[in-house]
Ligand binder design. Structure first.
Ligand code: ARG
Length: 400
């Protein structure tokens, strides 16, 4: 039987060289799998043709944008997922989806192994391999860049020697990964953490300092899921796409941070996530109106745990599944509209309304119409402070 390997193929230098490299080292046929996560850039048919000209036995292209938006971005939104309180998990979210398709194609094609182009220094190798361990525990993983000496110099030499149709000269100085939920950029001058990002790192966003009129929009949610923009009912994919354009034009969603990788390295990363930041800002605000106090307090801890599990490559873990069930339950009644002003690099909430609101004007008001009985407050405060008072009296007594 023919030996087969399924390779997660991006169309770039490393994975293009990996096709021939893996074939030479293993004697297997390589099947290239290219995934459309809304990263834009090159046409996927061009990428498929490149895989074939680089020696792939076959190449498959899958458009997973709807699946990514509904099954990965929406759960991240329900969890208000911001790693280290800032990074909306852009790359971390896409890996488990890619892993699912790798496992599927490997099963369909009878492949004994799958391959990826990750280095040994990042989080993505962990996400691929731990994900595969969950979905296809019997499969082997090949990581030529990490494990079989496929360094950049050797990759370029290999490409030139074999006459592969890849432009090895016009490479960007950055390592970039992008999809619908955002874009990450690292290496190059960014490795000096004192150096300000050069203008050429940005792509999803305009300069926040450039003068332009604000853009006001209304985002509607139903049980925590975004369902409309400005009253137009749209799919999650359509909403994310529209907000990337509108918030990106206002410079919303730029981040410059030093991040703790799972492998123990601190690294400087630049992110752009206009839609993700706008949606999370709006969603958090609606929750503050609709979620009962203790649920909201507990949810913040669960959110952080969910986010760390996903960052750390444990998307398919039992704790992550259990927390998903919690997030779904906690999202009930997170329904209503949030008005957001996009301007000068910020998404600022200016209004909220909800049929499931817990905000009660008659309880909150200091004007006429006040329904809150202040007479109850006195006894409540007395009993609430009773343990503190008892402890203080004990301390006084023992200090004598
Ligand atoms: N540091 C981010 C993460 O671990 C982004 C990784 C981006 N990957 C890349 N190959 N540039 O989620």
């Amino acid at each position: 039987m023919t030996k087969r390997v399924v390779l997660a193929y991006s169309g770039g230098l490393d994975t293009s060289v990996a096709i021939g490299w893996i074939a030479e080292q293993t004697g297997a046929e390589v099947i290239a799998l290219a995934i459309d996560l809304g990263q834009g850039g090159e046409d996927l048919d061009v990428i498929r043709d490149r895989a074939l000209s680089c020696g792939a036995a076959d190449a498959e292209v899958v458009d997973v944008r709807e699946e990514f938006a509904a099954g990965y971005c929406v759960p991240a939104l329900k969890a208000n997922a911001l790693y280290m309180d800032r990074y909306p998990l852009v790359s971390a979210l896409s890996r488990p989806l890619i892993v699912g398709h790798l496992a599927r194609v490997a099963a369909e094609r009878g492949a004994y192994a799958v391959a990826h182009g990750c280095t040994g220094k990042g989080n993505d190798q962990v996400r691929f391999e731990v994900g595969l361990a969950s979905l296809a525990p019997g499969i082997q993983v090949l990581a030529p860049v990490r494990d079989s000496g496929m360094t950049r110099d050797k990759a370029i030499a290999f490409a030139e020697e074999k006459g592969l149709p890849i432009d090895v000269t016009s490479r960007s100085p950055y390592s970039i990964d992008q999809n619908l939920w955002g874009r990450s950029c690292e290496t190059g001058h960014l490795e000096d953490i004192w150096e300000a990002p050069h203008d050429d790192v940005w792509s999803y966003t305009q300069d926040p300092a450039a003068a332009r009129d604000p853009d006001d929009l209304v985002i509607s949610f139903s049980d925590g899921v975004p369902v409309a923009v400005d009253g137009r009912r749209l799919s999650p994919l359509q909403i994310v796409t529209e907000l990337n354009a509108r918030a990106g034009a206002q410079g919303v969603g730029r981040l410059d941070m030093v991040e703790d990788r799972l492998v123990g390295i601190k690294s400087r990363e630049i992110y752009e996530a206009p839609a993700a930041i706008t949606l999370i800002t709006a969603h958090q605000e609606l929750e503050s109106v609709c979620a009962e106090r203790d649920l909201a307090r507990f949810k913040r801890q669960a959110e952080q745990r969910w986010t760390e599990l996903v960052y750390d490559g444990l998307w398919f873990s039992p704790l992550k599944s259990a927390l998903d069930a919690f997030m779904t339950e906690a999202s009930k009644n997170v329904t209503g509209d949030v008005r957001v002003r996009l301007h000068a690099g910020r998404a600022v909430v200016t209004g909220r309304r909800s049929p499931a609101s817990l905000y009660d004007f008659e309880l909150a008001t200091y004007d006429t119409g006040d329904a809150f009985d202040q007479g109850h407050a006195r006894g409540f405060v007395e009993l609430w402070g009773l343990p503190s008072k008892t402890a203080a009296l004990r301390d006084q007594r023992l200090a004598l």
